[in-house]
Design a binder for this molecule. Structure first.
Ligand code: NAI
Ligand code: MG
Length: 347
């Protein structure tokens, strides 16, 4: 088993080594190991070569079983370059159409909102089309009439497959699937989204569909977080909701994510929800739990279920014990949290 590692930029360089050490410790308990292959891609590579990754980057990644990524993005490079030069091509070329983002309150982590410590939701975000489309352009540059057009792209195929994944997940959990929509204001794509999601849910007799307008859903996530279980959302809505849900659970630094190609025709990519956090990079205070949790999701996907469970229990126990970084009101460093998780796994 071999995993490509892109630590990337900013705090990615700090949380990825910690994530790897924790995954290794969880595997060692089972007498298993994986091979990590470091790829020095990201903003430094961009400064040297004008590209975030080499021209044959995707071919290199395709030779691995999974990709373990920290974050990319630096203030001195436009985010369009960093995102569209690395992450988005990987998600699209490897058809990672499910972006799975579980958000669960951890024992001992206070939520900034009332009732937030009961949050346990999985956001299933469509990851290849929707609002993040390449269709559009700029016209009349630098003139009074300067304009920009961005076209959303929603396909029956694309909605159907992400809705099917979410429906199966909802059936295996609480039995209710919440769909994020905006069919009152966005009158072409969102009613189509509602229709196709409705058809998919109708294939599951036991499942209840709750279609909620995105603005009301955002408010509900803050006011009644425990009322949500599995949420299926378009690319943009899912992106926003998952940062919000992560914050409700206590810190965006806790939130993990998996970019999945459920058919396993291509490698899947595992990364925390947060970005490169240039404001705290280099200080050793970044919360590594999002990256560690991401590692547990990767272990599960790669078939190491026992190691995944052990890792999950270990970081939950360490957090509950009070070994926490500054964003959670603690004083532990990134490395101290990692060392505590490893020590627990080695017990
Ligand atoms: P961000 O997630 O990097 O930071 C937002 C806030 O959360 C900051 O105050 C940061 O200090 C804090 N934070 C984030 N992760 C944390 C952690 N693990 N522990 C403690 N605090 C944490 O989002 P921002 O500032 O919008 O973006 C910074 C850069 O990251 C940009 O270039 C952006 O494009 C990029 N980015 C990359 C992503 C990726 O690689 N998947 C995802 C999101 C943003
Ligand atoms: Mg985001």
């Amino acid at each position: 088993m071999s995993v490509a590692v892109i630590a990337g930029d900013g705090i990615g360089q700090e949380v990825v080594p910690v994530g790897i050490a924790c995954v290794d410790a969880a595997l060692a308990r089972e007498g298993e190991r994986i091979e990590w292959v470091d790829l020095p891609w990201g903003s430094d590579h961009y400064h040297r070569t004008g590209r975030m990754m080499p021209l044959d980057g995707l071919e290199t990644l395709a030779r691995h079983d999974a990709v373990f990524l920290g974050a990319v993005g630096m203030p001195d490079i436009p985010d369009t370059e960093t995102l569209w030069g690395l992450l988005i091509p990987i998600r699209r070329e490897f058809d990672q159409y499910v972006n799975l983002r579980p958000v669960k309150a951890l024992a001992g982590v206070p939520s900034p909102v009332r009732g937030g410590d009961a949050i346990d939701v999985v956001i299933v975000r469509e990851n290849t089309e929707g609002e993040y489309s390449e269709i559009g352009g700029r016209a009349f540059r630098h003139r009074d009439r300067e304009s920009a057009i961005q076209v959303d792209l929603f396909t029956r195929y694309g909605i159907q497959r992400v809705a099917r994944y979410a429906a199966r997940l909802a059936a295996s959990r609480g039995g209710t699937l919440t769909s994020a929509t905006k069919s009152n204001g966005i009158i072409h794509t969102m009613p189509f989204w509602d229709e196709v999601v409705g058809e998919v849910v109708a294939e599951h007799e036991e499942l209840r569909l709750d279609s909620v307008l995105i603005d009301a859903l955002a408010a509900r996530l803050v006011l009644r977080p425990a009322s949500l279980d599995v949420v299926v959302a378009s690319n943009l809505f899912g992106d926003i909701l998952s940062d919000l849900a992560g914050a409700v659970a206590g810190s965006i630094g806790l939130a993990p994510s998996a970019n999945l190609n459920p058919e396993r025709a291509h490698p899947s990519l595992f990364e925390p929800v947060h970005g490169s956090a240039p404001d705290i990079a280099g200080q050793g205070v970044a919360n590594p739990v999002g990256q560690i949790w991401t590692g547990a999701m990767m272990l599960e996907h790669l078939g190491f279920a026992a190691a995944a469970t052990a890792l999950q229990e270990a970081f939950e126990a360490v957090t509950a014990d009070g070994v926490r970084t500054r964003d959670l009101g603690g004083t532990a460093s990134t490395e101290e949290v990692g060392a505590a998780v490893v020590a627990r796994l080695e017990r």
